[in-house]
Design a protein around this ligand. Sequence first.
Ligand code: FAD
Length: 433
Amino acid sequence: EGYCSPSGPIENTLCAYETIESLNKDLYPTLHDLVTSDFFRHYKVDLFRECPFWYENGFCMNRDCGVETADEDHIPEKWRTKALSQVHVRDDQDSQPGCDVHAEDFCYIDSESPSSEGQYIDLMLNPERFTGYAGESAHKVWRAIYEENCFGLTEKVGIEYDADGSLNGGAGSGMTQLESGLGGQTSLMDSRKQQGFGTDMRRGAARAEECLEKRIYYRIISGLHASISIHICNEYLDQTTGEWGPNLQCFITRLASHPDRLSNVYFNAVLLLRAVARAAPYLEAYDIETAKNASDLIGLEKDHKVREEMHRVLDMAKMSGAGWFDEKALFRGDDAVELRDQFKYNFRNVSRILDCTGCDKCRLWGKLQISGIGTALKILFELDDKAFDPKRNPNLLQRSEIVALINTLHRISESLQSVEVFRKLYAKTQDEG
Ligand code: FAD
């Protein structure tokens, strides 16, 4: 009820913002439960890979940058065994040190096979939040991701801004709703006046010459960056009182004064929902069981709950994502193959740049989310509908790709939920003022 079903990519979709918010009211709590399960909270990742691009000594000394590893007793042997068999059936593997990449992959995946480097991390013990990691080291990583991988967008391509500072063609009236959600605060600040990196990595006022694919690439990265910033602002450490909580000023400065950043978070929500919807037949059948045996009644009950929650998430994704994002509109022109290869190459590079992040916890969540988005892109652009038949293709996705996909959707969904929190906080300050 209340869902609209426009066609075409979200760029042209004016009603999507309200609809996603309405959907998120049910989606977020379900995902929030799902990611606490043993299946989804355990993720194997190598956090010790060297930065391949520059010498990185910017270690974050803050204890909130540290990562707690998982208790290996909670890791079923079958995850490793399955990963091993998946590696064997593939013959198109690219030889990159310490990780897997196949022709259709958009990023390097830390395999769960026993031979791969890396450790299991319990994500629940390491929430994504303020860590204090900032300054030149963090900026260098972000700059590298935008400047070296965004098809040279930073300097070469100009974007036309709407009068309110939002990207032309990006937000439309949907942003009016976001702005009014903060009582018009956003329009008081002009993102073009930002110092430091200039204007959200894009300069100039000339009409963009870029193609849809390139714009989408930028929106994905900017949306991920914005989502990370929302988590930082929502779980911020007040260093004078030692208390954690939402920091409204942080949200206004980093997000609300840049409506296009917020719109990019919605964009990622739609992209991920569409991918989850498309892969639903495969995801539904995936073996998420962690019960030790038939007499492990508690384990069986937990597994049953996970299956139900997964089913609900898939249903919501099918109901929503299908109409909002039309992957068939992308990679269609004369240079389609070249563009898709460039897209893939850039994305793989982002996963390597993340090894340069000088804060373990930030690196963990950065890598997980790039892997989640990479999995979504693979689902949308590399595989045909028949591929998702679990009988035909049991080894289509690795467990770690599924864990990354669902956790990334949860991160984005939580960001949207936090936007609501900040709207209320802002309204309160207006009432009090
Ligand atoms: P930054 O967020 O560093 O942004 C730099 C510049 O990029 C801005 O000045 C602006 O011009 C531009 N920009 C900012 N946002 C966007 C956007 N959405 N779209 C387009 N352009 C934009 N810190 C934590 O506390 N916790 C974490 O979990 C965490 N995870 C991180 C993960 C990664 C991969 C990286 C690289 C950094 C992470 N950080 C984390 C650090 C955090 O992202 C910021 O770099 C830090 O808080 C400093 O923020 P800043 O205000 O200087 O701007």
